[in-house]
Design a protein around this ligand. Structure first.
Ligand code: TYD
Ligand code: MG
Length: 449
């Protein structure tokens, strides 16, 4: 047999090369090129045996009435875009210990009372899983368990058992015969996932793949996975916080950036139906540096508290640190604050934190961030029934953000009485119980001090 030809692949951009190099010539990332054995063509295609499919007019494609089914967990359904689609492959990624196995075990046990579900584990023993299900009081009679790491074996068994949903925990432990690299390597992970995906599409089995994230925050190896599978969902949350946020970053069946919020309790993952309340720290007295804002996540508003600490610098260069917000946006907004708000921070360390461990990616946080910095610097608290949102431009202008009305309504629901918002977001009709101050320039917002 001819020796397999060696090749090299970049884990970032997936370009392949015949030579190894320290820096990827395509995307210029360092240390991303690793060895890989390209699978023989016959392995991928099974050999070409003539045309097996036919063209179909779109009008003639049969659509089932409601192909989705609920996972029994509303917050997870929301992230998936309204339920699980048969034949879809969903990657659940997250740090070790964040609760991937726990959450999927809960989903599987609950679904198993009405459907055939297969939970494949390559990491834990069947006893461990059963013990966990018992401890969490889950219905554990019907769920099928399998401890196996060989993908061919799993597919053989799944073909016989025909489960509606299958969990692979985790994809990094899986291996295909005929691929020489170790489990967890780029080639193994990619080819295993591709084989399982083919199985899902052929049989209509929905598959959850569990994927671990490396220290740098990426799925180990499998950025290479993201294009094969249908939904990529990450579980965020630090181990010191109870709360876990599910977020879809790719979804072929629904909107991305839809959030699902859970709390990790001694009885497993519990849904948080009203997540706004948990991202506020509920001080009895107003605190300097703390501002509440409304962000828009997916299809709903969320109240979030931003905290700033501004303190004299004792180093040569002042420190800028933002947890949960983009640090480069922080630097930009500090410059705007200086230029258009007359508040200087060049001799100050600035630390920003978003309460509850949530990541805010929206520009609507700009105004809240600037007011938090100003409030901490001046050591003057803002009223604790005040809510703000708005994007700030480089010339100090306040720009509107989408869904202004709904954001304000969410604030009223949680007892906020004052709002500072972009003029274009000011409601046409008064909202009962809320005084709204519309502004167009950052200097107007700073008049509050
Ligand atoms: P796990 O689902 O094993 O994490 P992953 O599969 O993502 O690696 O979660 C394990 C963590 O969750 C562990 O640190 C303990 C915690 N946990 C609870 O707090 N309550 C529970 O009921 C369970 C089962 C786990
Ligand atoms: Mg696990």
């Amino acid at each position: 047999m001819a020796k397999d030809k060696q090749a090299y692949i970049c884990s970032e951009c997936r370009a392949t090369f015949s030579k190894w190099s320290g820096q990827c010539p395509e995307c210029n990332e360092w240390d991303t090129v690793t060895e890989y054995t390209p699978p023989a063509a016959s392995q991928i295609l099974g050999g070409y045996t003539g045309v097996r499919s036919e063209v179909t007019a779109m009008a003639n494609v049969a659509m089932e009435d409601s192909p989705r089914f609920s996972t029994g967990v509303q917050e997870l359904d929301r992230v998936l875009g309204g339920g699980l689609v048969p034949g879809s492959v969903v990657l659940i990624g997250g740090d070790p210990g964040v609760g991937k196995s726990t959450c999927l075990l809960q989903v599987c046990c609950n679904l198993s009372t009405s459907k055939k579900i297969l939970y494949v584990t390559g990491e834990e023993s069947l006893q461990q899983i059963t013990m966990r299900a018992k401890r969490l009081d889950l219905p554990d009679k019907e769920l099928l368990l399998l401890a196996e790491t060989h993908v061919e074996g799993i597919i053989d068994i799944a073909t016989r058992e025909q489960p509606k949903v299958m969990v692979i925990d985790s994809i990094q432990t899986m291996q295909l015969a005929g691929i020489s690299s170790a489990p967890g390597g780029v080639t193994q992970v990619r080819e295993s996932a591709a084989r399982l995906t083919t199985f899902a599409k052929q049989t209509g089995t929905a598959i959850f793949l569990v994927g671990h994230v490396t220290k740098s925050g990426e799925l180990a190896g499998p950025r290479v996975l993201e294009h094969i599978i249908d939904v990529v969902c990450y579980i965020e949350g630090s181990s010191d916080s109870r709360y876990r946020v599910f977020r879809a970053v790719k979804n072929r069946y629904g909107a991305v950036n839809e959030l699902g919020v859970f709390a990790m309790t001694d009885k497993g993952m519990k849904e948080v139906k009203n997540p706004s309340a948990i991202f506020l720290s509920h001080h009895a007295d107003p605190m300097p540096g703390s501002v509440v804002m409304v962000i828009w996540e997916g299809s709903r508003p969320l109240l979030v508290e931003i905290q700033a600490l501004v303190d004299d610098t004792y180093a040569d260069t002042p420190r800028r640190l933002a947890v949960g917000l983009d640090p480069s946006r922080l630097s930009m907004l500090l410059a705007v604050l200086h230029r258009h708000g007359n508040i200087a921070t060049y001799n100050q360390d600035v630390f920003i934190n978003v309460v509850g461990g949530i990541k805010v990616t929206e520009t609507s946080a700009d105004l809240a961030l600037m007011l938090a910095v100003a409030s901490s610097l001046k050591n003057k608290p803002l009223p604790n029934d005040l809510v703000v949102f708005g994007e700030v431009g480089l010339s100090g202008e306040i720009r509107p953000v989408p869904n202004g009305q709904e954001r304000l309504q969410e604030a009223v629901k949680h007892g906020f009485k004052h709002a500072i918002v972009p003029a274009a977001n000011a409601p046409k009709n008064n909202i009962k119980g809320l005084t709204v101050q519309p502004i167009t320039k950052i200097s107007q917002a700073l008049e509050i001090f």
